[in-house]
Every structure is written in C-alpha cells, then in structure tokens.
Design a protein around this ligand. Structure first.
Ligand code: FES
Length: 109
C-alpha cells in the first residue's frame, strides 16, 4: 500500500493532486468524506486542472475540467454538464488507516 497523505492535508471542499508511477490522480474532500479519481477527463483523456490542486468549480460543489468546462459530481464522478455528459471519472479504490489515505499499487498501474 502507498500512503498518499493525511486526511487533514486536504481541507473540506478542496482537492489535491498526486502523481505516482507516472499516473495522475486527485482527491476531493467533501463533508469530510474523501473521493479519489484518476486525473483524466473522459472527453480528451487529459488532466483536468490548470492550477495545481484546483479541481473544483468556483462554488466548490463540483469537479471541473479546466479545458472545456465539463462538470462532474464529487460523490461519484458522473459528468452532468459538458462534452462528456453522462460519462464518469474513473474512481480509484482506497482505504483510510489512522487518518492516512492509502492506495494499493495495483490500482495505479
Ligand atoms: S478535455 Fe475535459 S471537457 Fe474537454
């Protein structure tokens, strides 16, 4: 298992990007729950953020792709607006132990 960060390293209603094994992904904390996704827009397969660690829209209620403005629900990654409507971000399984976010290496290959 790989330790990504402590859950308090991400403020509520904020996000944080990670790169491991040349794979890009990001976590969002909403209502103190963590959500983890591949950093890959279903539209063109590129990374979503333009500014490091900024994956949310201005209201901090949805994930936003900075390229063409697609909006995704934080809780399940479903696109609700934009060119990849009804497609989803790829969720990455994780566990939390002693308040650290852990991912299995096999999910990053
Ligand atoms: S690349 Fe994400 S909306 Fe176009």
């Amino acid at each position: 298992m790989i330790t990504l960060c402590h859950i308090n390293d991400i403020n509520d209603n904020h996000s944080k990007g990670f790169t491991l094994n040349e794979r890009h992904f990001f976590a969002v904390k909403k209502y103190n729950a963590i959500h983890l996704y591949q950093n890959k827009c279903p539209h063109l397969g590129i990374q979503l953020e333009m500014v490091p660690d900024q994956f949310l829209d201005t209201s901090h209620s949805l994930i936003m792709c900075s390229m063409h403005g697609a909006l995704f629900r934080i809780e399940d990654g479903l696109c609700i607006s934009g060119p990849c409507l009804e497609q989803s971000l790829q969720a990455i399984p994780f566990t939390i132990e002693n308040d650290f976010i852990l991912v299995n290496e096999t999910h990053l290959n």
